[in-house]
Write a protein that binds this ligand. Sequence first.
Ligand code: NAI
Length: 348
Amino acid sequence: MNQNRSTAIEATLIPGDGIGPEITDATLSVLDALEAPFVWDRQVAGAAGVAACADPLPPACLDSIRRTRLALKGPLETPIGGGYRSSNVRLREEFKLYANLRPGKTIVPGGRYENIDLVLVRENNEGLYMGYENFIPIDGDPRAVGMSTGINTRQGCRRICHFAFDYAIRKGRKKVTVVHKANIMKALTGIFLETARQIYEEHYRGKIGYEEIIVDACAMKLVMNPWQFDVIVTTNLFGDILSDEIAGLVGGLGMAPGANIGEQAAIFEAVHGSAPDIAGKGIANPIALMLASAMMLDHVGRVDLGDRLRTAIDLTLNQDGVKTGDLGGSATTQEFAAAVRKRILAAS
Ligand code: NAI
């Protein structure tokens, strides 16, 4: 990579599992064309961490992020229903990455929905993801009852709501929608709703629009009329589900980037997982990770480079007609990356 020493920024790179290394290579090649300022410290985690050093989150990886406070991460595999705890969740906890920012924006017109431009802000550290889970044995069945305890704190709700309102105002957005299920989970999501209301009244009334909606109604309205939403803020599990739904509105998981932001670090990633069904075939869509790297450029103050990357992706898709299979095209991951590279170089 072409590095200008005076502006070089050290960052941790975790290529990840499944399609991770393929989309990471594609992303690095476009960042290289942009002459992005990152100097990478490569680390492993997830299944690659287990394979390399019998640890899904090796200390060297944690030390690297502790030092750089900045990472680009491919998807990490998590065993379902048993095995080690999600390395993604552990990273979010370790670095107190309390805000998960997931924009959903239409780039390819002609899909089911046009002109979608939504941002979901998901609380990333609390709720039902805290892992307070256990089974109760009855009558010889060791797993007769499954239990999970969710926890939302006043402080956690306050922090994520401030983040969402501040973000929305800074980005010139019109409205923040608070998504909850306080009619049923009166404590767990009631505290979130109550805090959001309080914070809005005390700090943001008159500066930005505000509304509240129950999560099931929100899921339905996102399908019926997604344009009524602007910035959505919600608790951990609801945010996980709704952000995949929003990805579906803009062409699928291959188009959805995410940022995990906290006081100690920021980790940028695609919303999607390791896609084991297509791993190794060279056909994965690298756009989500490329857009995540554009968010990373914005984060370090290089919005100019982030915009150039977003424009190059847009032109590659819409003018050159180069698309991967999930978008109805036939380009491989590498062919798509080469086309974006060409657009970047042509514009520089
Ligand atoms: P997934 O997101 O990996 O795949 C869901 C479907 O979307 C699959 O059909 C896949 O082929 C497709 N897909 C995903 N990304 C794509 C891309 N870039 N291009 C084209 N098609 C794409 O979800 P799944 O199968 O539930 O999870 C697989 C593994 O990934 C699991 O171990 C899970 O725990 C992990 N995971 C990791 C995440 C992370 O690291 N942030 C997030 C979500 C899941």
